[in-house]
Write a protein that binds this ligand. Structure first.
Ligand SMILES: [Zn+2]
Length: 501
């Protein structure tokens, strides 16, 4: 075994600053909060960034020092207390592991803490204060990161996801770890160029299977064929954060500063040229339902309630699409997952087979629609635990905090005890619902679910109901984003800031 030792950590949150619900330490504990050796058990063999770190370090005979992993599902901003608690654990773990030769950090990049708009950069700064300036650090970052140029002053090595749905988390973990091992063995020098653009993009058309982001990612991959370009990443940003770091970023890491700068400038030109293509008008709930009723395909049609997608910070309990699906009494249809702990409790107490009166949804964000009063049959209740079988976060254990399958007339509904996007069919199957048997699926999802559902469904229609993750960015009262910003001001000239590390 080589004598090298690399610390690994994971700190992850995408924070919706318009959401009423704050993300506390309990939310991290529910999703995943591991210190030390537990990390190996939780992530080894999973298709995550940390899974990628572990596999490469093992392959290269590098000792793994598991530090801290903390992740919570996207929601409102993280409380100061939760952030400070996790940061304290992180810094203490790094101090304990004082013989590390390098650090691999899986970060998100769109976390916002109460009173702190760029916590990942602050965390890197604090880590540098502990380890000094010489120990190499490499990070992985989500495509929806809202980054600042300060990030590259702590390390040039950042690896952004190149897929949305994010199915290359593992691959980027592998890239970061392989680069780290190469650096430790050769002493290679890296540099980075960073561009911040005054462009605010809705995420609906950021999928990488087609459209403008597909072209940008393909261009970035092309540029990475040059051995001097280690990672060329285009970050579309997370638009629901009202912070000065908002907007598209480009980060190019490599071994030749002239080349990293040239590539960053080229990608900036390409983003500016493509920006209009990210704006799309979506059908209303009524228009979507009309399309679903007229649909004659052999596989189900999905009505994606994108404005309440929990992975975009939605509360998972808005009721406009649900209400209309109940009113229409659609045959052979399914709605889910609706986050409603209160309803879940009633179902559990009544038991399977019981008939219950319920007020569905509309509790966390009633401003987007009142609860829907119904009489329902409780078909089945479960603890709500399963492992993902689809291509995203494969193998990760999911806990929905309880689940119930209820039936309102002919409509099947999945209730969960917390807000979760139905990104893996197991969320339905674990409780005995087979989504592919249905004709119409009303789902609180945006793009990630397509990694599992693309082959199972015949058509996907995005509907824009009222909700925290609306596609229409003009409905948000931004106060802290840089101004002017496109498309809120469509007259702004082409301009950006470039920083080299
Ligand atoms: Zn993302």
């Amino acid at each position: 075994m080589s004598s090298l030792k690399v610390g690994i950590a994971f700190f992850y949150h995408e924070s919706h600053t318009f959401s009423p619900s704050l993300t506390g330490i309990e939310d991290f504990k529910k999703e995943g909060f591991h210190i030390g050796e537990d990390i190996i058990g939780a992530y080894e063999g999973t298709k995550t960034e940390v899974g990628g770190f572990i596999d490469i370090l093992r392959r290269e005979d590098v000792s793994i020092i598991p530090l801290v992993c903390a992740a919570a599902i996207p929601s409102g901003q993280v409380t100061k207390e939760a952030y400070e608690t996790i940061k304290k654990e992180m810094l203490a773990a790094i101090e304990r592991a004082d013989e590390c030769d390098g650090l691999l950090l899986a970060l998100h990049g769109a976390m916002v803490v109460d009173g702190l708009s760029d916590p990942e950069t602050e965390m890197l700064k604090e880590i540098r204060a502990v380890i000094g300036n010489d120990l190499p650090i490499a990070t992985t970052l989500d495509m929806h990161a809202n980054l600042s140029s300060e990030m590259i002053s702590y390390t040039p090595l950042h690896f952004g996801f190149k897929t949305y749905p994010h199915v290359d988390m593992y691959e980027q973990g592998v890239n970061a770890a392989e680069t780290m091992v190469h650096l430790l063995k050769t002493g290679e020098n890296y540099t980075a160029s960073f561009v911040k653009m005054p462009v605010l993009l809705p995420s609906i058309n950021m999928r990488t299977a087609e459209g403008p982001m597909h072209n940008l990612v393909e261009s970035a991959k092309q540029k990475e064929k040059d051995p001097a370009i280690t990672a060329a990443s285009v970050f579309g940003g997370f638009p629901y954060s009202d912070i000065p770091e908002q907007g598209v970023s480009i980060l190019v890491a490599g071994t030749d500063s002239q080349k990293t700068e040239a590539v960053a400038r080229q990608l900036a030109d390409e983003v500016w040229a493509a920006k209009e293509k990210f704006l799309v008008r979506l059908p209303t709930v009524e228009e979507g339902l009309k399309e679903a009723l007229a649909y004659k395909g052999s596989k189900p049609i999905v009505l994606a309630d994108i404005s309440d997608n929990p992975l975009s910070g939605g509360t998972g309990d808005t009721t406009e699409l649900l209400r209309k699906m109940i009113e229409l009494d659609l045959p052979n249809s399914l709605f889910g997952a609706l986050d409603d702990e209160e309803t879940l409790k009633v179902c559990r107490e009544a038991g399977e087979g019981a008939e219950v009166k319920l007020q569905l949804g509309g509790k966390a964000s009633p401003e987007f629609g009142a609860p829907v009063p119904v009489r329902a049959e409780v078909v089945r209740v479960s603890e709500g635990t399963f492992r993902n079988k689809g291509p995203m976060n494969t193998g990760m254990l999911v806990n929905t905090n309880g689940a119930a399958h209820i039936r309102v007339n002919k409509l099947d509904i999945l209730i969960t005890g917390r807000a979760l996007s139905a990104n893996d069919p197991e969320i339905f199957r674990h409780i005995g619902i087979e989504p592919t048997d249905k004709d119409i699926l009303g789902m609180k999802v945006k793009n990630h679910f397509r990694s599992s559902f693309e082959n199972l469904v015949g058509k996907v229609v995005y509907v824009d109901a009222p909700g925290l993750a609306s596609n229409d960015l003009t409905v948000f009262d931004f106060k802290h984003i840089p101004a002017p910003v496109w498309p809120l001001d469509k007259s702004i000239p082409f301009d950006y800031e470039l920083t080299n590390s």
